[in-house]
Design a protein around this ligand. Sequence first.
Ligand SMILES: *[C@@H]1O[C@H](CO)[C@@H](O)[C@H](O)[C@H]1NC(C)=O
Length: 343
Amino acid sequence: MAILFLPLFFFVFFNSILYSHSSNNNIIILQPTHRHHHTSSSSSCPAPNPNLYYQSVIGIVTHPGDGASGRLSNSSAVSNIPASYVKFVEAGGARVIPLVYNESPQKLLKKLDLVNGVLFTGGWAKDGQYFETVRRIFKKVLERNDGGEHFPLYAICLGFELITMIVSGDNNILEEFSASDQASALHFVENADIEGSLFQSFPPDLLKKLSTDCIVMQNHHFGISPEKLLNNKKLSSFFDVLTTCKDEDDKVYVSTMQSRNYPVTAFQWHPEKNAFEWGSANIPHTEDAIRVTHSTASFLVSEARKSSKRPDAQEVRDNLIYNYSPTYVGKAGKGYDEVYLFR
Ligand SMILES: *[C@@H]1O[C@H](CO)[C@@H](O)[C@H](O)[C@H]1NC(C)=O
């Protein structure tokens, strides 16, 4: 009998040691009477800022094709959103409504009225209906801001390239660069005006590492050099260049730019990949690289919370990405890991 109870005895004995150790150091904070010295009720949490909207939704424009090199579908009618962009927005604390690029303009505009910000993804399509849809939505983003609503846009990789074409009004403005499938640091331009930008919201230690460590992912063949951007009146009056990078041939391209007058940030790098894509061994997954994903996502949603739009909750739910399921296509060992398909 004694032998059977011995383990129980030690369990109780050591627990009591742990417990008394804790209370000696005032670590026990579970008793309600010891919490909230100034108030006794549990309703002491201050109401969140009533000027901000904590149910914000980001619209992501779908991209032509299945996002899986035809492994899911070869239909010219399908479009996709790589799930990494959806997870990116969710990690920032918002939900996603897909803006299917080849739906009717009326349907698209209706969905655009349900969101508090927009994201243009990476990809390759630069013409046809996709380009026209992106152009129309970009115009709407500016209009809504002009109308007094804070309505942010993140334009990532292809998105960066498309709004460079749209703002300049020159579809041939892009230059070729060799920056496919590589991690890099960001070079902050001299006197970069980071106030109110994405980078101002970065933790100071991470901001420092951005310019020294290879914690952002590059994957593009096109871009624009700082010279070309500055020599183009439409671009230089619209955008502030914040960072540049060098490609494999030491050619310098603009890697982050922000609109001077609109909450529009353009990335020639991939904040969403660090935490959510695994198809290339070159994607950085260090703790700092993951923090880059989260800080960048957090800034987008903090901007969307300033949107004054309060759409009908049921209409939002009816259109959320949760009405769709992503498909795992990363088993091929390349490309995106998961994609949402729209037919
Ligand atoms: C798409 O086309 C490719 C090449 O012809 C083919 O190998 C693939 O099976 C097709 N995909 C589907 C889903 O049918």
